[in-house]
Design a protein around this ligand. Structure first.
Ligand SMILES: [Zn+2]
Length: 257
């Protein structure tokens, strides 16, 4: 089976990078002077990883596209997939609540299920992340301005220059330990605004097993774009190149993860 490349983007970069987009498209980023032969060889060397990743990504994408909001369907919350129960109650009652490991959605609100779910996740993200940030802030004496919950789908979190910690609401989908790591990562950026060796030493002091969570995020970055159904410009990074390239760096936030 051969790899079908959907797009080759050339720029003033030094290395080749292959990305599988959220829809399962393969995008190759290459230096201006790289020959097609060299690019083909590189693709061939990554062939099995690429085909496997493409298959998984497509399946996830289609699954996310077709959220049906029906009984038994599963939704992520704090790292686990929890079943949905559709319940019959009056329109005056709470549209969505979480109880005993299940989501309960009122049948009267089915038409708005997507928005209701996202609003619920945002509320929980604000509450949960704020608590964790307060805890680590006190523990390590690193004051911050506030926690903001964003709609970001291409980065988990960032730290603005004014000490504001920003988190995508989708962080509420990942395990608690991983959320703690994201908080530690951003708090450490208040002290050191780069990814220098000193920065990682600080992170390690605050969370000695942080690499475990860093890897978890790299292997699960599709979660960062869940509930984003329109075809967008987001691209999932290949495992070999976790960091954002300088030519594609987000302009909105300087210190992203
Ligand atoms: Zn960072």
């Amino acid at each position: 089976m051969s790899v079908k490349v959907d797009q080759i983007v050339r720029s003033e970069r030094k290395t080749i990078e292959i990305q599988v987009s959220i829809e399962g498209h393969i995008i190759v980023r290459a230096p201006l002077n790289e020959t097609m032969k060299e690019i083909d060889q590189y693709i061939e060397s990554k062939k099995f990883w690429l085909l496997r990743t493409q298959q998984i990504t497509k399946a996830r994408y289609l699954n996310d596209l077709h959220k049906k909001y029906e009984d038994g369907e599963r939704f992520l919350y704090l790292g686990k997939e929890r079943p949905l129960k559709i319940i019959n109650n009056s329109v005056n009652e709470v549209p969505l609540f979480y109880r005993d490991g299940s989501f309960c959605l009122s049948s009267s609100y089915l038409k708005f299920a997507n928005k209701i779910f996202i609003d619920w996740y945002k509320d929980k993200a604000k509450e949960y992340v704020s608590d964790v940030a307060e805890r680590y802030s006190k523990l390590y004496d690193i004051p911050f301005d506030k926690v903001s919950i964003t709609n970001a789908f291409s980065q988990w979190a960032s730290c603005s220059g004014n000490g504001c910690l920003n988190f995508s609401w989708r962080v509420i989908l990942v395990p608690k330990e991983v959320i703690s790591y994201l908080v530690v990562h951003e708090l450490a950026h208040i002290l050191l605004r780069d990814h220098s060796q000193d920065y990682w030493i600080k992170v390690e002091q605050m969370m000695p097993d942080y690499l475990k969570y860093e890897n978890w995020l790299k292997n699960n970055d599709h979660i960062c774009s869940m509930f984003k159904n329109e075809i967008g410009s987001y691209v999932a990074k290949s495992k070999g190149s976790p960091n954002t390239s300088s030519d594609e760096k987000s302009e909105q936030f300087e210190f992203e993860i």
